[in-house]
Design a protein around this ligand. Structure first.
Ligand SMILES: *Cc1c(COP(=O)(O)O)cnc(C)c1O
Length: 231
């Protein structure tokens, strides 16, 4: 089987698990590569990229590399979407959801509202969504109704496969086709593709693994509090 064929098989496995069509998915060398691809797709020198802060620090770096302008909008006090985020006239808006480092979650109706209000593409980075307490926290089902929405997933966190470098992007077939033009033809190696495909088909293992990590949350929180931190 060719590398192109096994990559297709990885995307088909992901599509089945996430309930979308295989044309709605592309794979990256980690979701970091997908973020980098998105910057190259949508942002030229001087273009704005909006995101609420504090958040994942790589957004700053990628915007700088692309000579874009970072429109960093401080989160509201309760970490809901800040008032000014949608009006930044940005071809690209990022929302890390649940957010790092706050661990806070924006609900789907707010994301629908945001996608309808931004000037360009909305990227929801769901690196931590498998740890969310709420079922149905993922924006992936919304790609059917929102043509400007891109949802990113990674197998680095809830699958503990960070060294394998497997990320996924879900969006309309048009957007995915555009991203595939920017993507390196052979951006994932066979080991990663095999690991990713197997992992996506072992949901029980993923649930157990994510559960173990969730379980450590209280212990870490208690330790932090004992050291005098506000958790
Ligand atoms: C870890 C992380 C990523 C990148 O994950 P990889 O798939 O390992 O590149 C992207 N976004 C957020 C918010 C992360 O925490």
């Amino acid at each position: 089987e060719s590398l192109v064929d096994v990559t297709r098989r990885l995307c088909a496995a992901a599509a089945a698990v996430y309930g979308v069509d295989k044309d709605n998915i592309t794979a990256g060398n980690g979701s970091d590569e997908l973020l980098s691809m998105l910057l190259r797709c949508f942002v030229g020198p001087g273009d704005r990229v909006a995101y609420p802060v504090p958040t994942y620090s790589l957004y700053d770096t990628l915007v700088e590399i692309q000579a874009g302008v970072a429109a960093r909008v401080p989160f509201s006090e309760d970490f809901s979407i800040p008032e000014g985020l949608a009006s930044q006239e940005a071809p690209l808006t990022f929302l890390c959801n649940p957010n790092a480092p706050s661990g806070t979650l924006v609900a789907l109706p707010e994301i629908v509202k945001l996608a309808g209000a931004v000037a360009g593409i909305l990227v929801v980075d769901e690196a931590y969504v498998d740890f969310a307490a709420t079922e149905g926290a993922s924006s992936i089902p919304l790609i059917r109704q929102l043509p400007n929405l891109i949802v990113l997933r990674t197998l680095s966190k809830s699958f503990s496969l960070a060294g394998m470098r497997i990320g996924l992007a879900c969006a309309s077939a048009d957007i995915i086709a555009g991203m595939n033009k920017v993507r390196d033809s052979y951006n994932l190696d066979r080991w990663s593709i095999a690991a990713g495909t197997a992992a996506l088909q072992d949901w029980a293992w993923k649930r157990r693994n994510a559960g173990q990590i969730q379980h450590s949350r209280q212990r870490i929180a208690n330790g932090g509090k004992r050291l005098g931190y506000q958790v």
